[in-house]
Write a protein that binds this ligand. Structure first.
Ligand code: PAF
Length: 277
């Protein structure tokens, strides 16, 4: 496994990779969700590249950039046995050289849900992912369904900017009690960890209602809100039942749809979603 930081090293290492290249972009502090992306990339591509970069531009001014968990040594130990060919761990100065002023921005799709809560977030995500795509030139790129809006926004960017890259979105990996895996779960201690399962329980209740024939989106949103309201540690930021592609809130669920939510558990902000087919 080659581990590089500078752009020159990356370009030299990339030239050595023949065949199809799969990229798994990450911000490190890897968990089983990331590893499932790496395993699928390993199965589907000749070569696998993992990027590890805590991207400062996708964090808001009052978000947890300085506290975001980092442990490169641990990350490398986790991915080494999976057959990763190349790891790129650039510094912020490499990604954003002094005087930086170029941004990639997807418009309408970034306005609701996470975008409404975190106004600059997706501009940071699309900019860094476009830079990763330019530098690594992968054939396929792997993302998790847990960040459903991120996947939709990057898919739009790939189409709009004609990146010759296939996007692969992999199912959310969950703990035994349903909690979606996330690097931020590290912040959940004691009773907050138990309370955090409320997102899964709320989504499951709405999914059961849908399976039982409920198509009124407002009733599905009310079902999720009802479960969240019964958990004193949960403060919902949004609860949504939206069209899967446009992310616009629905009145009636007809085609593929997305149930999603962001909830504060104590001071930890969690997101989760289910897709209704
Ligand atoms: O999902 C993430 O970990 C990040 O948003 C990504 C895609 C690596 C960009 O920094």
């Amino acid at each position: 496994m080659m581990i590089v930081s500078s752009l020159d090293e990356l370009r030299a290492a990339r030239r050595l990779l023949d065949g199809t290249v799969g990229l798994v972009p990450t911000m490190g502090y890897l968990h089983e969700g990331h590893l499932s992306l790496v395993r699928l990339a390993r199965e589907e591509c000749d070569r696998v590249v993992v990027s590890i970069f805590v991207n400062p531009t996708q964090f808001g001014a009052n978000e947890d950039l300085s506290k975001y968990p980092r442990d490169l040594e641990r990350d490398l130990k986790l991915i080494d046995p999976l057959g990763v060919d190349l790891v790129w761990n650039p510094t912020p100065e490499i990604m954003y050289p002094p005087g930086y002023q170029t941004w990639v921005e997807v418009k309408t799709l970034t306005h609701p849900l996470e975008g409404a809560m975190r106004p600059e977030h997706f501009k940071g995500v699309t900019t860094v992912v476009a830079k990763l795509f330019n530098a690594i030139q992968p054939h396929k790129a792997y993302f998790g369904q847990k960040d459903a809006q991120q996947a939709a926004v990057i898919r739009r960017m790939v189409r709009d900017l004609n990146f010759p890259i296939e996007m692969v979105v992999c199912p959310t990996v969950r703990e035994a009690d349903g909690l979606a895996m996330s690097s931020r779960n590290k912040y959940l201690e004691g009773d907050d960890r138990r309370a955090a399962t409320v997102l899964f329980r709320a989504l499951s209740a709405a999914k059961s209602a849908h399976e039982g024939g409920e198509r009124d989106a407002e009733k599905l949103r009310a079902t999720m809100k009802g479960v969240l309201a019964a958990e004193p540690k949960a403060t919902p930021q949004y609860v949504s039942c939206a069209d899967y592609d446009t992310l616009e809130e629905l009145e009636m669920v007809q085609g593929k749809s997305l149930l999603s939510m962001a909830v504060l558990i104590g001071r930890t902000r969690l997101i989760d979603n289910f897709v209704l087919e």
